[in-house]
Design a protein around this ligand. Structure first.
Ligand SMILES: *[C@@H]1O[C@H](CO)[C@@H](O)[C@H](O)[C@H]1NC(C)=O
Ligand SMILES: *[C@@H]1O[C@H](CO)[C@@H](O)[C@H](O)[C@H]1NC(C)=O
Ligand SMILES: *[C@@H]1O[C@H](CO)[C@@H](O)[C@H](O)[C@H]1NC(C)=O
Ligand SMILES: *[C@@H]1O[C@H](CO)[C@@H](O)[C@H](O)[C@H]1NC(C)=O
Ligand SMILES: *[C@@H]1O[C@H](CO)[C@@H](O)[C@H](O)[C@H]1NC(C)=O
Length: 495
């Protein structure tokens, strides 16, 4: 009896330790893994008219049509990081983060929009921020463009005018020359898929142009060229002396089949989302995904257009764009179900992909209507990117969840825990090449059309106080422990 009990106990503890050890592997970050936080110029800086800064499309859009923003707010002051950047760096240091991803305001650096005049004060602001980060041993990750191009460029058509390929290149050259000596990771353009469809297709975001069903594709076309031009400028003129890395940032949502076995819909959805921007750069053949070309060419013909609504790249452009990224910059938040379309679509994505999106009502909601907590989709997308593009180094440049203004952000802690466990599993078990993770975001900030009503920060910001007081949410405490131990900490004690 005693010995049976002994044996069972021994077996039991072996089992527990096996499960525990096994599980433990997927809680500890790989050696050398880097963790940081992100923000973006228009969402945090304020100082919209400081010094000689020009207006950006977001300045113009929020001032011209304030009703487009749910709380009628704008980014005139936002988190006031233009003045409070030292405090932001203090927080990054205190939390224990390895890097800080921020973006540059094009119109702060080039007030006329063009490279005829570089703003001394604009450059000084970013140099000060970079120096402050380096002094504190925090690596700067610099995004050149996070949606706020100069309004004067928009007057010339913005992303609809292919001259922007050259103008963006001119701007990039100024940035590399001025800031490149101290920056080792650059990102060119953030989430083209998002601003091209929302800014030039349905028009809900700046510059507010409703140009469906052609504008989004035209924007994406010029983005790919502009990105590639900036990459080649870095490659030819700066890489040798600066020795950094440069890439693009693509939003890839997860997708699962609504009807089990409908893998074709999952594949098409991946190509119409992630693949639109990724295939031309990361695939072996370059150019847009076959399924996009096939569907859009066919639809355009049936609709009576003399040529496809999806612009064509010449063989030279295909070659020029392919391979122009030292890493795959990935933004990922959530997952949706896909199935073959049954009703008439009201968007270009639905029209051309032939699919519709839905969510499983059991997936937990967040403060953002579009964002459900779906960690399984994160692992899936990492494996898809690995399989589709020969396992490139993937830098996670955004991942996070919103609240409505609480300091007790239990849901955020659970979100990070479950998503990061998926990430670690994808790396350790499945061999995905992910050396770096960046949470969105350090601060509550101007969440575009949702104003200050949806908050992604691990630091709460009081937008009613002229001080824009930063207060740590509960998740800051969790993150400090994670960063100290380099291991996901149990979430139950934060419940
Ligand atoms: C900047 O804009 C604010 C309003 O946001 C205004 O009060 C201030 O006078 C402007 N400053 C300059 C230098 O134009
Ligand atoms: C927006 O830009 C247009 C064109 O430059 C200008 O005429 C208009 O005054 C701007 N509106 C605001 C509110 O800044
Ligand atoms: C379909 O997708 C599922 C889930 O990813 C996978 O397990 C299965 O092997 C796929 N089937 C085919 C025929 O590719
Ligand atoms: C400012 O304070 C009011 C009243 O307490 C509150 O309703 C509102 O949400 C606050 N606004 C922001 C942006 O924090
Ligand atoms: C202003 O911010 C600082 C730093 O966060 C804080 O110490 C101070 O208490 C704040 N003052 C007010 C009046 O909110």
């Amino acid at each position: 009896m005693t010995s049976t009990l002994c044996w069972s106990l021994l077996l039991y503890s072996l089992l527990i330790s096996r499960i525990f050890c096994h599980d433990d592997d997927y809680l500890t970050f790989p050696e050398g893994f880097r963790i940081g936080a992100a923000g973006a110029s228009y969402q945090i800086e304020g100082g919209w008219n400081a010094s000689d800064k020009g207006d950006s499309v977001w300045d113009n859009f929020t001032h011209r049509e304030p009703w487009r923003i749910v709380d009628n707010s704008n980014g005139d002051i936002a988190c006031d990081s233009y003045h409070k950047y030292k405090e932001d760096v203090k927080w990054l240091k205190e939390i224990g983060l390895d890097h800080y991803r921020f973006s540059l305001s094009w119109s702060r650096i080039l007030p006329t929009g063009y490279a005829d005049k570089v703003s001394e004060n604009g450059i000084r602001y970013y140099k000060n921020l970079i120096d402050e980060l380096l002094r504190n041993n925090i690596e700067p990750l610099v995004t050149l463009y996070h949606w706020d191009h100069p309004q004067v460029i928009e007057e010339q058509g913005g992303w609809m005018n292919d001259m922007i390929v050259k103008w963006f290149g001119d701007y990039a050259r100024v940035v590399f020359r001025e800031l490149g000596p101290k920056v080792k990771i650059f990102a060119t353009i953030n989430e083209p898929n998002s601003f091209c469809t929302e800014g030039y297709e349905d028009g809900c975001k700046a510059p507010g142009k409703q140009l469906a069903p052609t504008g989004g594709y035209m924007c994406g076309h010029n983005v790919l060229k502009a990105h590639a031009r900036a990459y080649h400028i870095y490659d030819r003129e700066f890489r040798k002396s600066q020795n950094g890395k440069i890439g693009i940032v693509i939003p890839c949502g997860g997708q699962i089949a609504k009807n089990p076995g409908d893998n074709a819909s999952v594949e098409t959805s991946f190509q119409f989302g992630c693949g639109w921007m990724a295939h031309p750069i990361f695939s072996k053949t370059g150019d847009y995904p076959e399924v996009m070309k096939r569907n859009i060419d066919r639809n355009s013909k049936n609709e009576g257009y003399p040529r496809s609504r999806l612009p064509k790249f010449s063989p030279n452009w295909i070659k020029y764009i392919r391979g122009t990224s030292d890493y795959f910059g990935l933004n990922h938040y959530t997952t949706f179900e896909v199935s073959r379309r049954t009703k008439k679509p009201d968007d270009v994505w639905g029209l051309d992909s032939g699919l519709e999106k839905s969510v499983d009502p059991s997936w937990p909601r967040t403060a953002s209507a579009w964002l459900r907590v779906t960690p399984f989709g994160f692992g899936d997308i990492l494996r898809q990117i690995k399989d589709e593009y020969q396992n490139p180094p993937v830098y996670i440049l955004e991942n996070g969840v919103s609240d409505s203004g609480t300091l007790n952000d239990h849901q955020r802690i659970g979100y990070f825990y479950s998503y990061l466990k998926e990430l670690i599993t994808a790396v350790k078990r499945d061999g995905c090449n992910v050396p770096l993770y960046t949470m969105w975001s350090l601060l509550d900030n101007f969440e575009w059309n949702r104003g200050y009503t949806e908050r992604f920060g691990i630091l709460h910001v009081d937008f009613n106080s002229s001080n824009r007081t930063r207060t740590p949410k509960l998740s800051v405490d969790w993150w400090k422990n994670v960063l100290r131990t380099r291991k996901l900490q149990p979430v139950t004690e934060y419940w």
